[in-house]
Design a protein around this ligand. Structure first.
Ligand code: BGC
Length: 723
């Protein structure tokens, strides 16, 4: 059988990447600072201030007299957003691009190389569209299943986020484009995002919420970072002294520029003194002629400096950071590689990420893969089968060149020999409730078919109007974990009509499946899988591709099982969101508190089987180990396994979660093939943040090393003693 699940060829990526000669000619940081400082010396105060705030919807101001251009930005995390011109009016231009799978689907690949490929596509296309900065990746921790923007983010686990974000950023920046990691920090919900005040225990801050950003800065060398809308410990994040000056710039050593989220600056003095470098956003009430000089970091700054209240050096430092980014993205030379968009290679990355990110959650009686040769009629049921997602979701909207829906993907794959009958079964419409006629049509189609593919789940929003009672969208959270549009009723009827039904769920996270999961033999979590998503879904359903995605977040059975429900820590009524669950986010909670999820973190099935054996744990230094084991594909199909390494501390000095992910590797194996997997665990894998000493510490203790196929399916167990 022809199988696509084999190591991805990155030969073409190498062609896209910045060539060696380009790197060789790129200026050193010291040279950049020398040039930036001599430019600053030539600038008037007014010119400097013009650079630290927006000059249109997606540009920062330049200084024409000195040949300093504007910095041009665009959303967003999974494709370059449509053109909005300088004033938020959509332009009638050819802005079509590659629509990549959303962030959570990328994370579900557990393949950092694909993170790099993804970023490279995004960088290349942003470049081709005349941008300098792409406003992604989004890496807020998935804390509640209800967050409307979870689809844009990556995971509940800081280690997985850190591994995926670095590749993404390096990929974008290999194209001479700046990535923008967002939203710093704790923008973990959309409910009241402009006003809420978040607080959390210090340990949770360092162990859960900061590591992704730290990796973005220290390993990804991200050039720009976006402050979140919300407040943290009383101060708005974008102008938060502790988060920006202390942690980001001093401790992490961030050299790039901190921009506000759009309209997230609230106070000139705080922004000036607490690390905001660039105020972005448009006061929409001022359209069509917003006066950006009237913004917090506009004329008021000039007057504060002139009155001697703020030293000019404060402004210089911001301009210096902006110029640093400009030099890095080649605004002053012609060394940026050529950008491209809508190439077959870019579409191949979109397909590959979907193929590796879609997760097979359940597959009883080997219902999947469907055997194409044995099928005459297929019923495709569910309105999401014929629904496009690219243009929705909020600021992450993408003007996709095309989008293969699941229905089209299935039709294309099975060809004209197989009859495909489509019955939507429900309508995507506000307040829709089960329609007996539509259900009847779906049931009829299911009964007459050899097999049924149900495609439902969440959508981004109605008719792409993302502020209209949307589910996976910016600005709103989901009301609950229930399937919208009364799909539970429909699914139950369809499963009863034909047990040969595979359920495909779209969406940025879990739904409550308890009403029908017992009857469903096969379930696929497809997220929003991008422009080639329909093709990838079909390939997996029919076994052309062996699924290898793993859940980057826990799927609880019910919303009430979620830690924020147990700790009653979301959403709070008084605008003060205290994360009282602390460290116990995602599987750290489910494992420690022994709550059985529907599908655990790291879960994902394959059409083949993998055997783990021969665990060896060797000390590689005074506080580090090397973990080795063999992995064999014992089935009949080539496929990939994500081998996961968790660490558990025996008798910890301070409370610690039951286990924590500290290493993983995705390994592609032919049938029968065995490979020795080697994973290093450095000191950080055993450490936690001591909030008395305010530093990372490692106990002289004994640790269990747990190797497995998911956080629950542990296959090998060993120990290491640091006592
Ligand atoms: C979003 C950001 C986005 C910005 C610009 C804001 O509303 O929160 O993620 O980058 O708009 O569109």
């Amino acid at each position: 059988m022809f199988l696509k699940n084999r190591p991805f060829s990155f030969a073409w990526i190498c062609l896209l990447c910045s060539p060696v000669w380009l790197r060789a000619q790129t200026l050193s940081d010291a040279a950049i600072y020398r040039k930036a400082d001599s430019l600053i010396r030539l600038m008037t105060l007014e010119e400097k201030v013009n650079m630290i705030h927006a000059s249109s919807s997606f540009t920062s101001g330049g200084v024409q007299r000195l040949g300093i251009p504007e910095l041009v930005m665009s959303d967003g995390p999974h494709g370059v957003r449509m053109e909005h011109g300088r004033g938020w009016t959509e332009l009638n231009v050819d802005d079509s691009v590659t629509y990549l799978p959303v962030g959570v689907c990328l994370a579900a690949t557990w393949n950092p190389q694909l993170g790099y490929a993804f970023g490279t596509v995004l960088g290349s296309e942003a470049n081709a569209r005349g941008k300098d900065v792409i406003l992604g990746p989004g890496i807020c921790v998935i804390r509640t299943p209800l967050n409307g923007r979870n689809f844009e983010y990556m995971s509940e686990d800081p280690y997985l986020i850190s591994q995926m974000v670095v590749g993404y950023i390096r990929g974008v920046q290999s194209q001479g484009i700046a990535a923008c990691v967002k939203h710093y920090l704790a923008n973990n919900q959309e409910t009241n995002r402009f006003t809420i005040n978040v607080d959390m225990p210090e340990r949770a801050l360092h162990e859960i919420y900061l590591p992704g950003f730290k990796a973005a800065v220290q390993q990804g060398h991200v050039l720009t970072l976006m402050g979140a809308y919300n407040r943290f410990r009383g101060q708005y994040c974008t102008e938060n002294a502790y988060l920006i000056n202390n942690i980001l710039k001093s401790q992490f050593g961030f050299q790039g520029l901190v921009m506000s989220d759009w309209g997230a600056v609230h106070n000139t003095m705080e922004a000036l003194m607490n690390g905001t470098d660039l105020e972005m956003g448009t006061d929409l009430s001022m359209l069509p002629h917003p006066d950006y000089h009237k913004f917090f970091m506009g004329d008021t700054v000039i007057s504060l400096v002139k009155r001697g209240i703020v030293p000019e050096s404060v402004v210089d430092e911001k301009v210096r950071r902006i110029l640093y980014v400009m030099f890095k993205v080649h605004k002053f030379d012609s060394l940026r590689p050529e950008g491209e968009r809508n190439t077959p290679e870019h579409q191949a990355v979109a397909l590959k990420v979907a193929e590796e990110g879609i997760v097979l959650l359940k597959n009883e009686d080997h219902l999947l893969p469907f055997d194409q040769k044995k099928v005459k009629t297929i019923a495709v049921i569910g309105a999401s089968a014929d629904w496009k997602n690219a243009g929705a979701g909020g600021s992450s909207q993408v003007p996709a060149l095309f989008e293969i829906t699941p229905l089209q993907g299935i039709r294309d794959l099975v060809g004209p020999r197989v009859r495909v009958v489509y019955a939507p079964g429900y309508r995507i419409a506000r307040d829709f409730h089960a329609d007996p006629t539509m259900i009847q049509q779906a049931v009829e189609a299911a009964r007459k078919a050899d097999m049924v593919i149900y495609v439902g789940g969440w959508i981004h929003g109605y008719s792409n109007a993302w502020d209209d009672n949307a589910y996976d969208a910016e600005g709103v959270d989901k009301p609950n974990m229930d399937l919208p549009f009364d799909q539970d009723t429909l699914i139950q009827a369809v499963l009863q009509a034909n047990p040969h039904t595979a359920i495909v769920l779209m969406g940025g996270g879990p739904v409550d499946m308890t009403r029908w999961i017992g009857q469903a033999k096969a379930i696929l979590q497809a997220w929003y899988p991008g422009m080639e998503g329909g093709k990838a879904i079909a390939e997996i359903l029919f076994g052309r591709v062996n699924p290898s995605g793993k859940l980057p977040m826990t799927f609880p059975k019910k919303l009430s099982d979620n830690p924020t429900a147990r700790f009653d820590s979301y959403p709070r009524k008084n605008g003060f969101e205290y994360y009282s669950e602390g460290l116990f986010v995602g599987y750290r909670y489910y494992d420690t508190y022994q709550v059985q999820p529907q599908f655990c973190f790291g879960h994902g099935l394959s059409y083949t089987r993998f055997a783990y054996d021969h665990l060896q744990i060797e000390k590689s230094g005074p506080d580090s180990v090397t973990v080795r084991f063999t992995l064999q594909n014992t089935g009949k199909m080539a496929g990939a396994e994500v081998a996961q390494v968790y660490v558990h501390e025996q008798h910890p000095r301070m409370v610690r979660p039951e286990k924590e992910l500290k290493g993983f590797q995705k390994i592609f194996l032919q049938p029968g093939e065995t490979r020795t997997v080697t994973i290093g665990l450095p000191r950080s894998a055993f450490s936690y943040f001591d909030d008395h000493q305010m530093k990372w510490v490692m106990d002289p203790a004994r640790f269990d090393i747990l190797v497995g196929s998911s956080s629950a399916d542990i296959r090998l167990k060993g120990q290491v003693d640091f006592e």
